[in-house]
Design a protein around this ligand. Sequence first.
Ligand code: COI
Length: 460
Amino acid sequence: MNRGRATLWTCAGHLARPGRASGPPICPALSRRRAHAAAVPPVWRPSSALDEWVQREARPISLRQLTFFGRSLTESRLLDSANYCRLELPTRIAHRLRDIQTLPYVVVANPHLAHVYELYLRAFERFRRFPDIRTLEDNDKYCKVLEDTLKEHATVIPRLAIGVLEVRGLMKPEETDKFMNTMLRSRISRRVIAEQHLALTETFNSPWHFPSAQPVHDPNAEAVGEIFLRCNAKEIVERCGKTTQELIKRAYGSHFDIPEIHINGHLDATFPYILSHLEYTVGELLRNSMQAVIEQRKFKDAKPPPIEVLICETSQHVIIRISDQGGGIPNEVLPHLWSFSKGPRRERRLENLARVPKLLGTMQELQVPGDTPNEPHKKHGKKSKYSDSGQHHGSLSSLTSRPPDLRLGIGLPMSRVYSEYWAGSLEIHSLEGFGVDAFLQISKLGNKNERLTTRASMDA
Ligand code: COI
């Protein structure tokens, strides 16, 4: 059986499309082989390890399942969690590898996209070959592989973002956006699975965990792995607001008055969630609002109008509305708000990126001195070491070191990917000449499965 890379790159480096037996082959030699194969009965057989793994379906999870599973941790449950990861990660990566293979060759030849492909291929090989995890020692070895791979993949998002900007024009914008949405959701999903398992292992190994054969449920637990059981919407807005104000102050200088943030509504609303996912989105929305208010400059000599945040709790959802008076979104930008590849801002971004000497290496977490003491993730030591919130803070931190327009520019579409991932939504209403209302809806029961597929219709 052909294995791994050899089956993916054939005919002196031409990208083949294994598994798409009916699709047009890309190189003539392959075409001749296919013609010969046509004489064979049309029973499709997997031709590579990748083909085999692509046959498997991802098994979606919900926050509730993750919570129940990790809440009463025993050795046997920890090993089950490890083996779930062991099978699920290569399955999910295999699907994305296949997606990349079906892109036009000129697109995959882009150095950033090719780099991501290589990373995924290596991870796939590493994960699929990992043997059954039967003991805690096996699990330790597996966790080491997970940790290393998570770190190795830290630049995937900027690579994808720059890659799709560079190949615009070679693919339809709707196709590029669909590809990006699928890649990003899948990446979030894999990181959730991997980070949750690492967090459970850490809990299991911590000195205050007393392993027992029977599940023991602690009703006062505040977090299960990466899931914070009672995220308080008001506290999250406050915390992200403070960080954002700090960064904006640093970027624009102290001569600008920074807009205040007023929070009203259901201030006690809580729900289970992965903090970093929410912080990414709330931080991004607040930053957009503050930046819009400040850049209008019309309040230069007067106190700028506050950002108004309204929290509304219903039986199923928590809705956070963020309203600013930053003048609204320019008409030429509005149709491309959710696009990863199209629109005037994307064009500018590409020009700016061309001036940056090397790939953004700024994806570290930003620690703002004087963060509120009430930081749940710090209090519980649950802040993920690998969290993609680093991407968010990375983009915020870029405000401090470069002109504000020199960011990746994917904050809004990325925020929507995060919001929809746990069955929520993100909508933006622009009131021309006045401001913007952003509506972030969170599914508060945690009982909805992760959303791995993209929106049926992309409105980008
Ligand atoms: C990614 O971050 O892109 C991943 O594939 C995560 C995985 C290594 C656990």
